[in-house]
Design a protein around this ligand. Structure first.
Ligand SMILES: [Zn+2]
Length: 443
């Protein structure tokens, strides 16, 4: 028997969690937060602890696994995590320990999970670091393998579950970047081998497959950033905001600044968490990026240096989604000893995640920044998610018997289904629409 239960991540972006049943055993893939709901909670200054599981489920912040847990608590053999984005891992400290099984992920992802666990005072000793390209036997019948894939965070993986019925692949999130600026290109050799072994089902990221064409490589945005940062040389101070988890991007920005003989300050707690995880898992060396500054008085001290000698510095900071309490939000509200003016360049190396809260926050921030006269450059970015042609390539390489799009909501899932029609997939026979809470029995 093979059954797939969508616990979260299928009806809208975020809160990823899937249960894959193979006879009387279950593998859970990903355990993330709905970032929009998490931001709402943080905006209300609600401090949560692991005792607040029910509240978090009720508020839609973490996946609702209550019924699933009641029925299946002893069948779950492993929780396997694809990558370190919070919409794939944030619920681990709250939900994982009750299943009494190992949590398996790549070394960088594990470091981020451990950081979250220590934030919430959770100790869990059944954590297994698994490198991409290696396998782990989770029971007499099941072997889990992590396969290297590119995305927008280091050490991303696809999960291949080897079963007597064939391979079940879970690929969420991914893009096909053949010239990444950190880490290796997708493991096409292994993907081809897995197709030959026979992929019974593929669960795949559909977040951006409604976009035509190919998702560009990170090496393209590296050039874009060099161009935009160089143009901003005429402005005195340069601020660049981007995703804290995007270590490749942070490294590229830092390198460009150094070529222009600017020293770099990095501000923000989330930057600290991801950079530490990258250093301690060996993704980058300790001297690749400067030490992150998180304390308010240290930030003010650094800004004083910037004010005295603005053309000597570039600041990498949080706030690209207009998040409340991020560095840019506070800076634009006058919370630091630094007054923005037309002498400042602010580069958003990001795109707005299309949720109502983010769109509103970002617009409010841009308005405040525009009033200050600062020179803004928005969308200096490429996505971390596959576009339509990438999905075509992916389906051709993997050629799964069953195709189940996930992540992004019904519009995005439908776009993925339309692409799969070109390859002869038939809805409800070999391609399937699954929404949160639904189950799909394939065998
Ligand atoms: Zn992701």
């Amino acid at each position: 028997m093979i059954k797939i239960k969508a616990i979260g991540g299928y009806s809208k972006i975020g809160k990823n969690m899937t249960a894959i049943y193979i006879d009387d055993e279950i593998v859970i893939t990903d355990m993330g937060a709905d970032m929009e709901k998490l931001v709402e909670l943080q905006d209300e200054n609600v401090n949560v602890s692991t005792k607040d599981k029910e509240l978090l489920i009720e508020r839609g912040v973490i996946p609702d696994d209550i019924d699933f847990f009641e029925k299946n608590r002893n069948k779950v053999k492993a929780i396997v995590i694809t990558h370190g984005h919070l919409d794939h891992i944030w619920a681990v400290p709250f939900l994982a320990s009750k299943y009494n099984c190992p949590v398996i992920a790549t070394p960088f992802t594990i470091k981020v999970i451990e950081h979250l666990m220590s934030d919430f005072n959770v100790r869990y000793n059944r954590i297994i670091k698994l490198n991409t390209g290696t396998k782990y036997k989770i029971s007499d019948n099941l072997v889990v393998e992590l396969v290297n894939i590119t995305h927008s965070i280091p050490n991303s993986s696809m999960i291949a579950i080897h079963t007597k019925y064939g391979v079940i692949m879970y690929a969420n999130d991914w893009k096909l970047d053949n010239t990444p600026t950190l880490g290796s290109p997708p493991d096409y050799r292994r993907m081809n081998e897995l197709r030959k072994e026979g992929i019974f089902a593929l669960i795949s990221d559909s977040t951006r497959v409604d976009r035509d064409g190919y998702c560009f490589s990170e090496s393209i945005v590296k050039s874009m950033l060099e161009d935009v940062i160089t143009r901003n040389q005429e402005n005195r101070t340069i601020f660049v905001t981007t995703f804290a988890s995007h270590i490749a991007r942070l490294r590229n920005i830092n390198q460009t600044a150094r070529h222009l003989r600017r020293s770099v300050f990095i501000f923000g707690r989330s930057m600290d968490m991801y950079i530490n995880a990258a250093v301690s898992s060996g993704i980058i060396s300790r001297d690749t990026l400067p030490k992150v500054i998180t304390r308010r008085e240290d930030i003010n001290r650094a800004l004083r240096l910037v004010r005295e000698n603005p053309s000597k510095y570039l600041i990498i900071c949080t706030g690209h989604q207009g998040e409340k309490d991020s560095f840019l939000d506070k800076l634009s509200s006058g919370a630091y000893n630094y007054k923005l003016s037309s002498e400042d360049g602010i580069i958003f190396s990001s795109e707005t995640i299309p949720t109502p809260v983010n769109i509103a926050n970002k617009m409010a921030l841009l308005k405040k920044l525009e009033v200050s006269g600062a020179r803004i450059a928005d969308n200096v970015h490429v996505s971390g998610h596959a576009y339509k042609n990438d999905l075509r390539t992916f389906l051709k390489i993997l050629s799964p018997k069953h195709f189940i799009p996930s992540h992004g909501g019904v519009d995005k899932i439908s776009a993925a289904i339309n692409v799969s029609n070109e390859f002869g997939y038939e809805l409800n026979k070999t391609s399937h629409i699954l929404l949160d809470g639904q189950e799909l029995e394939l065998l």
